[in-house]
Design a protein around this ligand. Structure first.
Ligand SMILES: NC(=O)c1ccc[n+]([C@@H]2O[C@H](COP(=O)([O-])OP(=O)(O)OC[C@H]3O[C@@H](n4cnc5c(N)ncnc54)[C@H](O)[C@@H]3O)[C@@H](O)[C@H]2O)c1
Ligand SMILES: [Zn+2]
Ligand SMILES: [Zn+2]
Length: 361
């Protein structure tokens, strides 16, 4: 059976997104059909629409979602209809060179559904990050479904599927922030604020939030920023150094992903400190750094794909922290919206009016 449902489609580079009827097949071997309950609007969806990720239009957008399994295909174990799940874009293969070496969070061959979802005329859709969840139903690989405690409201559970996990993981997994560390976070959107929350969870004492927008800096304080730097009016590198005894921060997380913020991150960290790039640059961006500084400043320059997370390990753990009142996932949700409001939510995100708009289905 094929399910005709509404989905948010980006037809071409820079074109406004629209709600279209899409066709979702029943799950084949290893696949799962999921009734989506909520899906957050992440900046990466906007990158897709602008052609900043690749040119494989039309895209079915949305990838930060929670829902209920409606059906599973042959051979699927450990997942059944009715399970409450967060969708992930890292269904590890267990067989690639990274998985075999015991580092599955780098898995180079993650699983997605084998069958395509299509437009009514049969045109195959490219689901954002292999998910495509601004849709009433979506088809994924069963490994992309991570079961979590069903007491969690879907609009907050879904956030773990991308931005919040990416930010928390950038601090905890990639940056390995520890007790007493100083941390600076450049860009306080959903991802940056999650990095701030993660740094606090890991025991950082100084947590510096940097943004161009005053409102974002106020919100960052709610997630645990101890200091704020207004990048419009203050020198970012000097300000971070001043707030860290003149040295720079132990870990600096770039949650914007532009050459200018990466350069600031590089020079705002202490000697032997760590830079974590979690914001996603576009293919045209380049950076020029004196090689002597790369060598002489020591430490590590790392990028963080999905917060180096393992969904099966990290999603249930973060849900537990939420249910215990130790991680305020609800504070990320500025508004809940309908499936027809994604284009407006992109504008609000672009203009800095929201942290996360979450489509509720
Ligand atoms: N690595 C991953 O796995 C991963 C996962 C999800 C999202 N991302 C990426 O993370 C980035 C942030 O995503 P988001 O959803 O939080 O976006 P967002 O648009 O909500 O937040 C970006 C923030 O950066 C601020 N900003 C922009 N330019 C700045 C500058 N020069 N200096 C300081 N602040 C600046 C903006 O004011 C805004 O508050 C995006 O590039 C997104 O694609 C990466
Ligand atoms: Zn693998
Ligand atoms: Zn995302």
């Amino acid at each position: 059976m094929v399910h005709a449902v509404n989905g948010v489609v980006a037809a071409g580079r820079g074109a406004e997104v629209s709600v279209e009827t899409i066709l979702v097949p029943d799950p084949g071997p290893g696949e799962a059909l999921v009734k989506v309950l909520a899906c957050g609007v992440c900046h990466t969806d906007l990158h897709y629409r602008e052609g900043g990720i690749n040119d494989e239009f039309p895209f079915l957008l949305g990838h930060e979602a929670a829902g209920v399994v409606e059906a599973v295909g042959d051979g699927v174990t450990g997942l059944e209809p009715g399970d409450f799940v967060v969708l992930n874009w890292r269904a590890v293969c267990g067989a690639c060179r990274a998985c075999k070496r015991g580092r599955p969070w780098y898995c180079f061959d993650t699983h997605n559904a084998a069958q395509p979802m299509t437009l009514k005329d049969g045109t195959p859709l490219s689901p954002a990050l292999g998910i495509g969840a601004f849709a009433e139903k979506t088809l994924v690989h069963s490994g992309q479904c991570t079961k979590v405690d069903p007491r969690t409201p879907p609009e907050v559970a879904g956030l773990l599927g991308c931005g919040v996990m990416a930010g928390i993981g950038a601090a905890i997994n990639t940056g390995a922030v520890g007790r007493g560390d100083s941390v600076a976070v450049l860009g306080c959107g959903g991802v940056g604020d999650a990095a701030i929350a993660g740094a606090r969870l890991a025991g950082a004492d100084t947590v510096i939030a940097v943004d161009l927008d005053r409102r974002k800096l106020e919100w960052a304080e709610r997630f645990g920023a101890t200091h704020t730097v207004d990048a419009r009016t203050q020198d970012v590198i000097e300000s971070i150094r001043e707030l860290t005894g003149g040295h720079g921060a132990d870990v600096v997380i770039d949650a914007v992903g532009r050459p200018e913020t990466f350069r600031q991150a590089f020079y705002a960290r202490d000697l032997a400190g760590t830079v974590v790039l979690v914001g996603v640059p576009t293919p045209d961006m380049t950076i020029d750094l004196p090689l002597i500084d790369v060598f002489g400043r020591g430490g590590a320059v790392k990028s963080s794909w999905y917060g180096d997370c393992l969904p099966s390990r990290d999603f249930p753990m973060l849900v537990d922290l939420y249910l215990q009142g130790r991680l305020d996932l609800g504070a990320f949700v500025t508004e809940t919206i309908g499936i027809g409001d994604v284009e407006r939510a992109f504008e609000d995100m672009h203009d800095g009016r929201v942290l996360r708009s979450v489509v509720v289905l």
